[in-house]
Ligand binder design. Structure first.
Ligand code: NAP
Length: 326
């Protein structure tokens, strides 16, 4: 049998590429930006496997152009850019990277939570702008306490559970809402279940760790923001479109909620003209949830191993549609 051909849509660390090179002829898209749609179609059309990122749209059109494709490996846990059902219909396994990045993403969620609560970005901007003229003032830069506050976790999956573990260390009172109620995990993670509106009304901090699906698109919009406390802080480490950005802007501008911290935006990258960027009560990072070196390397290696397994016709370590495996 001839050596399979793999297309990798972004430069990976060499340790991960070496795993694929052991079994396949690999073409790596060399640019910083993703391959244009036509280029992705052309490359997929002559490939047996592709390794994609969240910026590559894998839909029926692409799969139509790739008759030999027998493995898709996504370098992410979120699969909102991949039409998994369409891949399944064609018998193509779709690999993804759950678990390996949950702890790093939870770490970032806590960084955002703490940063927003204690106004670290805002006060640093003020200091660098020459605002720090008086050594100490009893009423300046008052933020919110994290300890003993109520944290509402929306989506008690791998990332949500890691956030709960960390929040316990901060003596937080933790409620969660998730698609499935996990009574067994409630004691283990020190969390209690709440209906979504109740969670929004109770929580001092609301953190979103759900996948982007038709059900979670704009899960947080005007009516949900209206249920939150005026002192509440919203943290989004899931996907940008889970929050309605126009409604969030209005809620932050009008003091309907106190602050927000976003690692993900809609669209990405956020436009420099976006009104959200005019707000001081917003902390924002450029989708860096899992961007810690050891974690990213492990994620790349898992994606590489998934691709290799798919090319060999073996079960992938983490497959979103194991029913598609031959
Ligand atoms: P996961 O283990 O699948 O957890 C997702 C949780 O959300 C599950 O418990 C799921 O319920 C729940 N859920 C799904 N739909 C829901 C709904 N409509 N309402 C309430 N809960 C719902 O995934 P994960 O590894 O924690 O990752 C979650 C998401 O985070 C990913 O899909 C990705 O989009 C995002 N992410 C972002 C970054 C970043 O860099 N910021 C990094 C990694 C991941 P069930 O238990 O019933 O399935």
């Amino acid at each position: 049998m001839s050596t399979p051909r793999a297309f990798v849509t972004r430069t990976l660390l060499p340790e991960a590429l070496d795993i694929i090179r052991e079994v396949a002829d690999v073409t790596v898209w060399p640019e910083e930006t993703p391959p244009p749609v036509e280029e992705l179609r052309r490359q997929a059309g002559s490939s047996d496997g592709i390794l994609t990122t969240i910026m590559d749209r894998v839909d029926a059109d692409l799969l139509d152009a790739a008759p030999n494709l027998r493995a898709i490996s996504q370098l992410a846990v979120g699969l909102d850019n991949v039409d998994v059902a369409e891949a399944t219909r064609r018998g193509i396994p779709v690999g993804y990277t759950p678990g390996v990045l949950a702890k790093s993403t939870a770490d970032l969620a806590m960084a955002l939570l703490l940063g927003a609560a204690r106004r670290t970005s805002e006060s640093e901007r003020w200091l660098r702008g020459g605002g720090w003229q008086i050594q100490f003032h009893p009423t300046h830069w008052l933020g919110q306490d994290v300890h003993d506050a109520c944290l509402g976790i929306v989506g008690l999956g791998q990332i949500g559970r890691e956030i709960a573990k960390r929040a316990r260390g901060f003596d937080m009172d933790i409620v969660y809402h998730s698609r499935t109620r996990y009574t067994d995990m409630e004691a283990e993670y020190g969390v209690r279940y709440a209906e979504f509106p109740d969670l929004l009304g109770q929580a001092d901090f609301v953190v979103l760790s759900v996948p982007l699906t038709p059900q979670t698109h704009h899960l947080i919009s005007g009516p949900q923001l209206a249920l939150m406390k005026p002192s509440a802080i919203l943290i989004n480490v899931s996907r940008g479109p889970v929050v309605d950005p126009a409604a969030l802007y209005e809620a932050l501008r009008d003091g309907q909620i106190a602050r927000a911290a976003l690692d993900v935006t809609s669209p990405e990258p956020i436009s420099m003209d976006d009104p959200l960027l005019t707000l001081d009560n917003l902390v924002i990072t450029p989708h860096i949830g899992s961007a810690a070196l050891p974690t990213r390397l492990n994620t790349m290696k898992l994606a590489a191993r998934n691709l290799v397994a798919g090319l060999r016709g073996e079960p992938m370590e983490a497959c979103a549609n194991s029913e598609a495996t031959p």
